[in-house]
Design a binder for this molecule. Structure first.
Ligand code: AQP
Length: 352
């Protein structure tokens, strides 16, 4: 006999996560966090510091604790209201790990073998990569679907993982369609197909040293990225040293073709100032890079310094940050636990 559960229609809900690894940079801000802030005006949002994803590569425990507080501080400093939205750390809601295991049994090895991020991160030493790094996308699917989230703001690098999440949701719904119906859901859709929210002014911010590589926490060169906690001097030095080519900035957008470094700097300027590339090139096109770079320094310092200052103020009081995470975790558990009960019922697990 099946256990009776009530399955409700989807609530529009945003979920996204950031790993507490290394220093947060401008790519994390423009590709993800800045958009998290905007979405809270229109959506119920759950923002997660994904500490379990972080340990897919070796982490120093003290550093992981520090970085978890720093990402939490960045969310708040950027403008996310922890009273209205849920901010928590992943490891405190057991359903993430539990649902990830279920999804490990739903996803096919062939699907995982196509994931380019694993190939890039494992590199040539694939045999020595952790099993967790390989299974990273099924944990990410669990993060999202545990809350039956309908929309996921991420940078472009996460597009493939989002597609896998949709495939897992679809296969789960298909494999258990009869059971889901028998349990009382009108349609056979238990999990939603979450929409990736990738569009935005800067879905892929590139390295300041190489316009063909994404800005990344793990890049060995500090000069490749602007960290959210960089002071004005560091921001100015990094932008002045940013790689460019010998040509002046073009006056038309077409002139950026084949010039990835120039295009990246214009994209960053546009995302920080909410201006279009056309508008920026109308003002700076034909002039020297040094003039444009100075304008970018001023804009970056004005945009990032208040966030960095507020982050420093917040992390100086770790007990308050931990309290915010604890409260967010309790609220996240309250959403996740009924979902896990339903999932267990769908699977046929006897529950005590
Ligand atoms: N360069 C980027 N441009 C736009 N968005 C980006 N994101 C990351 N880099 C860029 C987005 O930031 C969010 C959080 O990323 P994450 O910390 O969960 O993981 P990540 O993508 O692995 O970040 P990094 O900095 O690139 O770390 P490493 O160096 O470890 O690979 C995500 O929404 C991501 O898309």
């Amino acid at each position: 006999m099946t256990q009776a559960v009530t399955l409700k229609p989807f609530t529009p809900r945003v979920f996204s996560g950031v790993q507490p690894t290394g220093n947060l940079h401008l790519g994390n801000y423009l590709g993800a966090i800045k958009r998290f802030v905007a979405l809270q005006e229109t959506h119920e949002c759950i923002y997660c510091v994904v500490d379990m994803h972080a340990i897919t590569v070796a982490q120093d425990p003290d550093e992981l604790t520090r970085a978890t507080r720093e990402v939490t501080a960045a969310f708040i400093a950027a403008g996310i209201d922890p009273k209205k939205q849920i901010i928590f750390n992943q490891s405190q809601v057991a359903g993430h790990a539990e649902l990830a295991w279920v999804f490990n049994c739903i996803a096919r090895i062939g699907w995982l073998n196509r994931m380019t991020q694993f190939k890039e991160k494992a590199g040539k030493d694939r045999e020595n990569a952790s099993l967790g790094l390989y299974a990273y996308p099924t944990l990410m699917a669990a993060d999202i679907l545990l809350y039956r989230a309908t929309a996921v703001p991420v940078g472009e690098d996460q597009k493939q993982h989002l597609e896998l999440t949709r495939d897992i949701a679809q296969k789960f719904n298909f494999d258990f369609a009869d059971r889901i119906r028998a349990l009382g859901l009108e349609s056979a859709e238990y999990f939603p197909q979450p929409e990736p929210l990738i569009a935005g002014p800067a879905p892929r911010v590139m390295s300041l040293r190489d316009g063909t590589k994404k800005m990344s926490k793990s890049d060995a060169s500090e000069y490749s990225r602007l960290n959210l906690t960089d002071d004005a001097d560091a921001i100015a030095t990094k932008i002045r040293k940013a790689k460019t080519d010998p040509e002046p900035l073009p006056s038309e957008i077409d002139g950026l073709k084949g010039r990835p470094e120039a295009e990246n700097l214009v994209t960053i300027y546009g995302a920080l100032s909410n201006r279009t590339a056309e508008d920026i090139l109308r003002e700076y096109g034909g002039g020297q890079f040094s003039t444009f770079k100075q304008a970018l320094v001023d804009l970056s310092v004005a945009s990032l310094s208040p966030i960095g200052d507020e982050m420093r103020r917040l992390v100086a009081d770790p007990a308050s940050i931990d309290a915010i995470l604890a409260e967010g975790s309790a609220r996240a558990r309250a959403i996740a636990e009924p979902v896990m009960r339903e999932v267990r019922a769908i699977l046929g697990f006897i529950q005590s």
